[in-house]
Design a protein around this ligand. Structure first.
Ligand code: NAD
Length: 305
Protein backbone atom coordinates (compact mmCIF):
# COMPACT_ATOMS: atom_id res chain seq x y z
CA UNK A 1 0.00 0.00 0.00
CA UNK A 2 1.24 3.50 -0.84
CA UNK A 3 2.43 5.70 2.06
CA UNK A 4 -0.46 7.75 3.45
CA UNK A 5 -0.36 11.53 3.11
CA UNK A 6 -1.33 13.38 6.32
CA UNK A 7 -2.75 16.86 6.90
CA UNK A 8 -2.17 17.32 10.64
CA UNK A 9 -2.24 21.00 11.61
CA UNK A 10 -3.68 22.08 8.26
CA UNK A 11 -7.08 23.79 8.05
CA UNK A 12 -9.33 23.01 5.10
CA UNK A 13 -12.50 24.72 3.94
CA UNK A 14 -14.75 22.46 1.88
CA UNK A 15 -17.70 24.32 0.39
CA UNK A 16 -20.94 22.45 -0.22
CA UNK A 17 -19.69 19.73 2.15
CA UNK A 18 -23.11 18.79 3.52
CA UNK A 19 -23.55 16.01 0.95
CA UNK A 20 -22.22 14.37 -2.21
CA UNK A 21 -18.61 15.00 -3.13
CA UNK A 22 -17.98 17.71 -0.54
CA UNK A 23 -18.96 15.40 2.31
CA UNK A 24 -16.54 12.75 1.04
CA UNK A 25 -13.68 15.29 0.87
CA UNK A 26 -14.44 16.67 4.36
CA UNK A 27 -14.41 13.19 5.90
CA UNK A 28 -11.24 12.16 4.03
CA UNK A 29 -9.35 15.29 5.16
CA UNK A 30 -10.52 14.85 8.77
CA UNK A 31 -9.50 11.18 8.75
CA UNK A 32 -5.99 12.32 7.83
CA UNK A 33 -5.69 14.83 10.65
CA UNK A 34 -6.91 18.10 9.10
CA UNK A 35 -9.16 20.65 10.79
CA UNK A 36 -12.19 20.93 8.53
CA UNK A 37 -14.72 23.70 7.98
CA UNK A 38 -17.83 21.97 6.66
CA UNK A 39 -19.60 24.71 4.71
CA UNK A 40 -23.07 24.15 3.32
CA UNK A 41 -26.01 26.43 2.73
CA UNK A 42 -28.32 23.41 2.67
CA UNK A 43 -30.13 24.22 -0.55
CA UNK A 44 -32.01 22.05 -3.03
CA UNK A 45 -30.31 20.82 -6.22
CA UNK A 46 -31.62 23.94 -7.96
CA UNK A 47 -30.38 26.26 -5.20
CA UNK A 48 -33.68 26.86 -3.35
CA UNK A 49 -34.17 27.10 0.43
CA UNK A 50 -31.50 26.85 3.12
CA UNK A 51 -30.82 24.67 6.16
CA UNK A 52 -28.07 24.04 8.70
CA UNK A 53 -28.89 20.32 8.92
CA UNK A 54 -26.64 19.10 6.08
CA UNK A 55 -23.45 20.71 7.43
CA UNK A 56 -24.27 19.73 11.04
CA UNK A 57 -24.73 16.08 10.08
CA UNK A 58 -21.27 15.90 8.45
CA UNK A 59 -19.64 17.67 11.41
CA UNK A 60 -21.26 15.08 13.73
CA UNK A 61 -19.97 12.26 11.53
CA UNK A 62 -16.42 13.66 11.67
CA UNK A 63 -16.56 14.17 15.43
CA UNK A 64 -17.83 10.61 15.90
CA UNK A 65 -14.47 9.23 14.76
CA UNK A 66 -12.47 11.82 16.71
CA UNK A 67 -11.93 14.23 13.81
CA UNK A 68 -11.89 18.03 14.06
CA UNK A 69 -14.62 19.97 12.26
CA UNK A 70 -16.85 23.01 12.53
CA UNK A 71 -19.93 23.88 10.51
CA UNK A 72 -20.51 27.02 8.47
CA UNK A 73 -23.89 27.77 6.85
CA UNK A 74 -23.06 30.79 4.68
CA UNK A 75 -23.50 30.91 0.96
CA UNK A 76 -20.22 30.80 -0.94
CA UNK A 77 -21.21 34.29 -2.11
CA UNK A 78 -20.10 35.33 1.40
CA UNK A 79 -16.72 33.66 1.10
CA UNK A 80 -15.12 36.00 3.63
CA UNK A 81 -17.45 34.71 6.37
CA UNK A 82 -16.52 31.10 5.56
CA UNK A 83 -12.80 31.85 5.78
CA UNK A 84 -13.46 33.81 8.99
CA UNK A 85 -15.02 30.67 10.50
CA UNK A 86 -11.81 28.74 9.71
CA UNK A 87 -9.53 31.36 11.22
CA UNK A 88 -11.69 31.82 14.33
CA UNK A 89 -12.00 28.09 14.98
CA UNK A 90 -8.52 26.89 14.03
CA UNK A 91 -6.31 30.00 13.77
CA UNK A 92 -5.38 29.45 10.14
CA UNK A 93 -6.49 28.51 6.62
CA UNK A 94 -4.38 26.33 4.31
CA UNK A 95 -6.61 24.64 1.76
CA UNK A 96 -9.76 25.68 -0.11
CA UNK A 97 -11.96 23.18 -1.91
CA UNK A 98 -14.43 25.13 -4.05
CA UNK A 99 -17.06 22.43 -4.48
CA UNK A 100 -20.50 23.94 -3.78
CA UNK A 101 -22.73 23.85 -6.80
CA UNK A 102 -26.26 23.79 -8.17
CA UNK A 103 -28.00 22.92 -11.44
CA UNK A 104 -30.66 24.76 -13.44
CA UNK A 105 -30.77 22.58 -16.55
CA UNK A 106 -32.91 23.93 -19.40
CA UNK A 107 -32.54 24.08 -23.15
CA UNK A 108 -31.03 27.41 -24.17
CA UNK A 109 -34.33 28.51 -25.72
CA UNK A 110 -36.06 28.15 -22.33
CA UNK A 111 -33.26 29.39 -20.12
CA UNK A 112 -34.12 32.50 -18.09
CA UNK A 113 -31.80 35.30 -17.00
CA UNK A 114 -32.27 34.03 -13.45
CA UNK A 115 -31.11 30.51 -14.43
CA UNK A 116 -28.03 32.05 -16.00
CA UNK A 117 -27.21 34.55 -13.23
CA UNK A 118 -27.71 32.13 -10.35
CA UNK A 119 -25.35 29.56 -11.87
CA UNK A 120 -22.67 32.20 -12.46
CA UNK A 121 -23.12 33.53 -8.93
CA UNK A 122 -22.83 30.22 -7.10
CA UNK A 123 -20.11 28.57 -9.19
CA UNK A 124 -17.97 31.44 -10.45
CA UNK A 125 -18.52 34.29 -8.00
CA UNK A 126 -18.71 31.83 -5.09
CA UNK A 127 -15.33 30.26 -5.95
CA UNK A 128 -13.91 33.75 -6.43
CA UNK A 129 -15.17 35.07 -3.08
CA UNK A 130 -13.93 32.14 -0.99
CA UNK A 131 -10.54 32.13 -2.72
CA UNK A 132 -10.21 35.91 -2.53
CA UNK A 133 -10.74 35.82 1.25
CA UNK A 134 -8.12 33.07 1.73
CA UNK A 135 -5.52 34.50 -0.67
CA UNK A 136 -3.90 37.07 1.74
CA UNK A 137 -3.40 34.30 4.35
CA UNK A 138 -1.86 32.03 1.69
CA UNK A 139 0.48 34.78 0.50
CA UNK A 140 1.61 35.62 4.02
CA UNK A 141 2.30 32.04 5.08
CA UNK A 142 3.74 31.08 1.67
CA UNK A 143 1.48 28.06 1.45
CA UNK A 144 -1.91 27.47 -0.03
CA UNK A 145 -3.73 24.80 -1.99
CA UNK A 146 -6.89 25.43 -4.04
CA UNK A 147 -9.11 22.95 -5.83
CA UNK A 148 -11.81 24.26 -8.13
CA UNK A 149 -14.56 22.12 -9.54
CA UNK A 150 -15.25 22.07 -13.27
CA UNK A 151 -17.23 19.43 -15.12
CA UNK A 152 -17.15 17.40 -18.31
CA UNK A 153 -20.12 19.56 -19.34
CA UNK A 154 -17.84 22.59 -19.10
CA UNK A 155 -15.09 21.02 -21.17
CA UNK A 156 -17.22 19.45 -23.89
CA UNK A 157 -20.59 21.24 -23.63
CA UNK A 158 -23.83 19.43 -22.84
CA UNK A 159 -27.44 19.78 -23.95
CA UNK A 160 -29.50 21.84 -21.51
CA UNK A 161 -26.48 23.16 -19.63
CA UNK A 162 -25.43 26.40 -21.34
CA UNK A 163 -25.35 28.16 -17.95
CA UNK A 164 -23.65 25.32 -16.06
CA UNK A 165 -21.09 24.55 -18.75
CA UNK A 166 -20.11 28.22 -19.17
CA UNK A 167 -19.66 28.57 -15.40
CA UNK A 168 -17.65 25.36 -15.18
CA UNK A 169 -15.20 26.22 -17.94
CA UNK A 170 -14.73 29.67 -16.39
CA UNK A 171 -13.31 27.85 -13.37
CA UNK A 172 -10.66 26.19 -15.53
CA UNK A 173 -9.23 29.52 -16.66
CA UNK A 174 -9.67 30.99 -13.16
CA UNK A 175 -7.54 28.10 -11.88
CA UNK A 176 -4.84 28.54 -14.50
CA UNK A 177 -4.45 32.25 -13.79
CA UNK A 178 -4.33 31.68 -10.01
CA UNK A 179 -1.68 29.02 -10.64
CA UNK A 180 0.47 31.56 -12.46
CA UNK A 181 -0.04 34.30 -9.85
CA UNK A 182 0.39 32.01 -6.84
CA UNK A 183 3.38 29.91 -7.92
CA UNK A 184 6.08 32.07 -6.35
CA UNK A 185 4.26 32.01 -2.99
CA UNK A 186 3.80 28.21 -3.01
CA UNK A 187 0.08 28.60 -3.70
CA UNK A 188 -1.01 25.80 -6.01
CA UNK A 189 -4.35 25.72 -7.81
CA UNK A 190 -5.77 22.77 -9.71
CA UNK A 191 -9.19 21.97 -11.15
CA UNK A 192 -11.12 18.72 -11.44
CA UNK A 193 -13.94 17.46 -13.62
CA UNK A 194 -15.35 14.64 -11.48
CA UNK A 195 -18.03 12.09 -12.25
CA UNK A 196 -19.71 10.67 -9.17
CA UNK A 197 -23.01 9.46 -7.83
CA UNK A 198 -24.81 12.24 -5.98
CA UNK A 199 -28.22 13.88 -6.04
CA UNK A 200 -26.91 15.78 -9.08
CA UNK A 201 -26.45 12.61 -11.12
CA UNK A 202 -28.83 10.09 -9.51
CA UNK A 203 -31.66 10.92 -11.90
CA UNK A 204 -29.58 10.66 -15.08
CA UNK A 205 -27.67 7.40 -14.46
CA UNK A 206 -28.79 3.80 -13.81
CA UNK A 207 -28.25 2.32 -10.28
CA UNK A 208 -25.45 -0.12 -11.25
CA UNK A 209 -23.44 2.72 -12.83
CA UNK A 210 -24.03 4.92 -9.78
CA UNK A 211 -22.66 2.12 -7.58
CA UNK A 212 -19.31 2.33 -9.45
CA UNK A 213 -19.19 6.11 -9.12
CA UNK A 214 -18.77 6.61 -5.40
CA UNK A 215 -17.78 10.16 -4.30
CA UNK A 216 -15.06 8.44 -2.22
CA UNK A 217 -13.31 7.62 -5.52
CA UNK A 218 -12.81 11.36 -6.19
CA UNK A 219 -11.24 12.23 -2.81
CA UNK A 220 -7.81 10.57 -3.32
CA UNK A 221 -6.84 12.94 -6.15
CA UNK A 222 -8.23 15.99 -4.35
CA UNK A 223 -6.21 15.19 -1.24
CA UNK A 224 -3.09 14.32 -3.22
CA UNK A 225 -3.21 17.70 -5.04
CA UNK A 226 -3.59 19.54 -1.72
CA UNK A 227 -0.65 17.94 0.05
CA UNK A 228 2.36 20.13 0.93
CA UNK A 229 4.66 17.73 -0.96
CA UNK A 230 2.68 18.00 -4.22
CA UNK A 231 4.08 20.36 -6.85
CA UNK A 232 1.31 20.02 -9.48
CA UNK A 233 -0.08 23.49 -10.30
CA UNK A 234 -2.57 24.79 -12.87
CA UNK A 235 -3.75 21.40 -14.11
CA UNK A 236 -7.12 19.97 -15.08
CA UNK A 237 -8.05 16.36 -14.32
CA UNK A 238 -10.96 14.19 -15.34
CA UNK A 239 -11.79 11.40 -12.92
CA UNK A 240 -14.34 8.94 -11.61
CA UNK A 241 -14.88 5.24 -10.80
CA UNK A 242 -11.14 4.82 -10.14
CA UNK A 243 -9.99 6.49 -13.38
CA UNK A 244 -7.75 9.60 -13.10
CA UNK A 245 -6.34 11.49 -16.11
CA UNK A 246 -4.84 14.90 -16.87
CA UNK A 247 -6.11 17.03 -19.75
CA UNK A 248 -4.23 19.55 -21.91
CA UNK A 249 -4.87 21.68 -24.98
CA UNK A 250 -3.99 20.47 -28.44
CA UNK A 251 -3.55 22.87 -31.36
CA UNK A 252 -3.36 21.82 -34.99
CA UNK A 253 -0.16 22.70 -36.80
CA UNK A 254 -2.31 25.24 -38.63
CA UNK A 255 -1.74 27.04 -41.90
CA UNK A 256 0.22 30.19 -42.62
CA UNK A 257 -1.26 32.77 -44.98
CA UNK A 258 0.40 35.75 -46.53
CA UNK A 259 -1.30 38.68 -44.78
CA UNK A 260 -2.12 40.80 -47.83
CA UNK A 261 -5.16 41.35 -50.04
CA UNK A 262 -4.97 37.72 -51.19
CA UNK A 263 -5.91 36.61 -47.63
CA UNK A 264 -9.60 36.05 -48.35
CA UNK A 265 -12.34 33.67 -47.13
CA UNK A 266 -11.58 31.64 -50.27
CA UNK A 267 -7.93 31.34 -49.21
CA UNK A 268 -9.15 29.90 -45.88
CA UNK A 269 -11.38 27.42 -47.74
CA UNK A 270 -8.43 26.30 -49.87
CA UNK A 271 -6.33 25.47 -46.79
CA UNK A 272 -9.18 24.28 -44.50
CA UNK A 273 -7.78 20.74 -44.38
CA UNK A 274 -4.47 22.15 -43.07
CA UNK A 275 -6.14 24.47 -40.52
CA UNK A 276 -8.05 21.56 -38.99
CA UNK A 277 -5.46 18.78 -39.34
CA UNK A 278 -4.25 17.35 -36.04
CA UNK A 279 -1.25 15.45 -37.38
CA UNK A 280 1.90 16.87 -35.71
CA UNK A 281 -0.04 19.03 -33.24
CA UNK A 282 1.32 21.45 -30.64
CA UNK A 283 0.40 21.30 -26.96
CA UNK A 284 0.37 24.98 -25.96
CA UNK A 285 0.53 25.69 -22.25
CA UNK A 286 0.76 29.48 -22.00
CA UNK A 287 -0.29 32.58 -23.95
CA UNK A 288 3.23 33.13 -25.28
CA UNK A 289 3.39 29.65 -26.83
CA UNK A 290 2.00 31.17 -30.03
CA UNK A 291 4.35 33.77 -31.46
CA UNK A 292 2.16 35.56 -33.99
CA UNK A 293 4.87 38.07 -34.92
CA UNK A 294 7.27 35.25 -35.83
CA UNK A 295 4.55 33.53 -37.88
CA UNK A 296 3.77 36.83 -39.62
CA UNK A 297 7.45 37.18 -40.54
CA UNK A 298 7.41 33.65 -42.03
CA UNK A 299 4.26 34.50 -43.99
CA UNK A 300 5.93 37.54 -45.56
CA UNK A 301 8.15 35.26 -47.62
CA UNK A 302 5.21 33.30 -49.04
CA UNK A 303 3.85 33.89 -52.50
CA UNK A 304 0.29 35.27 -52.53
CA UNK A 305 -2.38 32.91 -51.19
P1 NAD B 1 -24.56 17.93 -4.41
O1 NAD B 1 -25.80 18.62 -4.84
O2 NAD B 1 -24.68 16.61 -3.70
O3 NAD B 1 -23.67 18.87 -3.49
C1 NAD B 1 -23.58 20.25 -3.66
C2 NAD B 1 -23.67 20.91 -2.30
O4 NAD B 1 -23.45 22.32 -2.45
C3 NAD B 1 -25.06 20.76 -1.64
O5 NAD B 1 -24.92 20.18 -0.37
C4 NAD B 1 -25.60 22.19 -1.59
O6 NAD B 1 -26.41 22.45 -0.45
C5 NAD B 1 -24.32 23.00 -1.57
N1 NAD B 1 -24.52 24.37 -2.05
C6 NAD B 1 -25.21 24.76 -3.17
N2 NAD B 1 -25.17 26.09 -3.27
C7 NAD B 1 -24.44 26.57 -2.24
C8 NAD B 1 -24.02 27.86 -1.84
N3 NAD B 1 -24.39 28.97 -2.52
N4 NAD B 1 -23.23 27.98 -0.76
C9 NAD B 1 -22.86 26.89 -0.04
N5 NAD B 1 -23.24 25.63 -0.37
C10 NAD B 1 -24.02 25.48 -1.46
O7 NAD B 1 -23.67 17.77 -5.73
P2 NAD B 1 -22.27 17.04 -6.03
O8 NAD B 1 -22.50 16.09 -7.13
O9 NAD B 1 -21.63 16.57 -4.78
O10 NAD B 1 -21.46 18.26 -6.65
C11 NAD B 1 -20.33 18.85 -6.07
C12 NAD B 1 -19.61 19.67 -7.13
O11 NAD B 1 -19.12 18.82 -8.17
C13 NAD B 1 -20.49 20.71 -7.83
O12 NAD B 1 -19.73 21.88 -8.07
C14 NAD B 1 -20.84 20.04 -9.14
O13 NAD B 1 -21.17 20.96 -10.14
C15 NAD B 1 -19.56 19.29 -9.42
N6 NAD B 1 -19.70 18.17 -10.35
C16 NAD B 1 -20.34 17.03 -9.94
C17 NAD B 1 -20.42 15.98 -10.84
C18 NAD B 1 -21.04 14.67 -10.45
O14 NAD B 1 -20.94 13.72 -11.26
N7 NAD B 1 -21.63 14.54 -9.28
C19 NAD B 1 -19.91 16.11 -12.14
C20 NAD B 1 -19.28 17.27 -12.51
C21 NAD B 1 -19.18 18.29 -11.58
Amino acid sequence: MAGELRFDGRTVVVTGAGGGLGRAYAIAFAQRGANVVVNDLGVSRAGDGSSSAAADKVVDEIKSFGGKAVANYNSVEDGDKIVETAVKAFGRIDIIINNAGILRDRSFARMTDQDWDLLMTVHVRGSYKVTKAAWPFFKKQKFGRIINTASAAGIYGNYGQANYSAAKLALVSFTRTLAIEGASANIHSNVIAPIAASRMTETVMPPDVLEALKPEFISPLVLYLCHESTQENGSLFELGAGFVAKLRWERSKGAIFKADESFTPGAIAAKWEQVTNFENPDYPNKTTDLNLIELYEQAKNLASN
